[in-house]
Design a protein around this ligand. Structure first.
Ligand SMILES: NC(=O)c1ccc[n+]([C@@H]2O[C@H](COP(=O)([O-])OP(=O)(O)OC[C@H]3O[C@@H](n4cnc5c(N)ncnc54)[C@H](O)[C@@H]3O)[C@@H](O)[C@H]2O)c1
Length: 259
């Protein structure tokens, strides 16, 4: 039996590189899927393609009323919400802290952190109505160290870790598990297209060549971990964080000739 039969999953940023992969995989494993995103054109097209077990809902994660509407739309369409994936996120244009304006700082914190907070807040009553559920917050390997020129992004993703652990403590007795995933560098528009206000994309200056697994991550790499964490196979896992980065955080691998 598919792992997500009779389950309903809401994926924020569901039209993005990783979000689309997650939505397709949950759907293929039997779930009803709700694609939450600000990109209505791509969202509607993906929902149309997937058919009756898919819906698009216009969701701006920084807007609390948008969240209420998305949760209501989910329950109206499919009767319940079982899984929330807080995946929507943006990066800042690279700049030192000194050169980062407050508007950029606030925008990144709003979407990546406050959006995750509002998502948990909006979903919890619905997850309780469903007698429990799972939340996964997509953070980043940048939440485990410092990265020059990415202070807003790094700070937002570090904070998502604290939110994840706190939510796990608050919600465990309601049978709601909360975990975080830290992807490394994944081949999506996020790294192939410049951030708003930037001219260069991450892929223009990052190469996976020095690392243990010398390739970019694929969205499906992250999807497979996500599906495990949201499935009943992971029923004893909460408040935890999972790095999926091909060895990026290990640092450069030794060259054969130097070993
Ligand atoms: N690609 C990477 O290398 C990488 C690495 C680590 C973490 N991440 C994280 O993974 C997540 C997914 O990123 P991706 O790689 O798929 O990038 P992406 O740019 O392809 O997708 C991001 C999605 O978020 C949506 N979005 C942006 N602002 C929104 C808002 N206010 N409300 C709702 N949706 C909004 C966009 O429309 C887009 O569909 C993000 O949280 C990102 O920070 C990405």
């Amino acid at each position: 039996m598919p792992r997500f039969d009779n389950q309903t999953v809401l994926v924020t940023g569901g039209t993005g590189g990783q979000g689309t992969s997650h939505v397709r995989a949950f759907h293929a494993e039997g779930a009803n899927v709700v694609i939450g995103d600000i990109d209505a054109e791509r969202g509607a097209a993906l929902a149309d393609e997937l058919g009756p077990r898919a819906r698009f809902t216009h969701l701006d994660v920084i807007d609390e009323s948008s969240w209420s509407a998305a949760v209501l739309a989910t329950e109206s369409a499919f009767g319940a919400l079982n899984v929330l994936v807080n995946n929507a996120g943006v990066q800042n244009p690279p700049a030192t802290i000194e050169d980062t304006d407050q508007a950029t700082w606030s925008r990144v914190l709003d979407i990546n952190l406050t959006g995750t907070f509002l998502g948990i807040k909006a979903a919890v009553p619905a997850l309780r109505r469903a007698a429990g559920g799972v939340i996964v917050n997509i953070a980043s390997t940048m939440a485990l160290g410092g990265t020059a020129h990415y202070a807003p992004y790094v700070a937002s993703k570090w904070a998502v870790r604290g939110l994840t652990r706190t939510a796990a403590l608050e919600l465990g007795r309601d049978h709601i598990r909360v975990n975080a995933i830290h992807p490394g560098v994944i081949a999506t528009p996020f790294i192939h297209e410049p951030a708003a206000g930037a001219t260069a994309a991450i892929a223009d200056f990052y190469s996976p060549e020095p690392f243990a697994i010398p390739r970019l991550g694929e969205p499906t790499d992250v999807t497979r971990l996500l599906l495990f964490l949201t499935s009943s196979e992971a029923s004893f896992i909460t408040g935890s964080e999972y790095v999926i980065d091909g060895g990026l955080l290990l640092g450069p691998a030794l060259r054969t000739e130097a070993a």
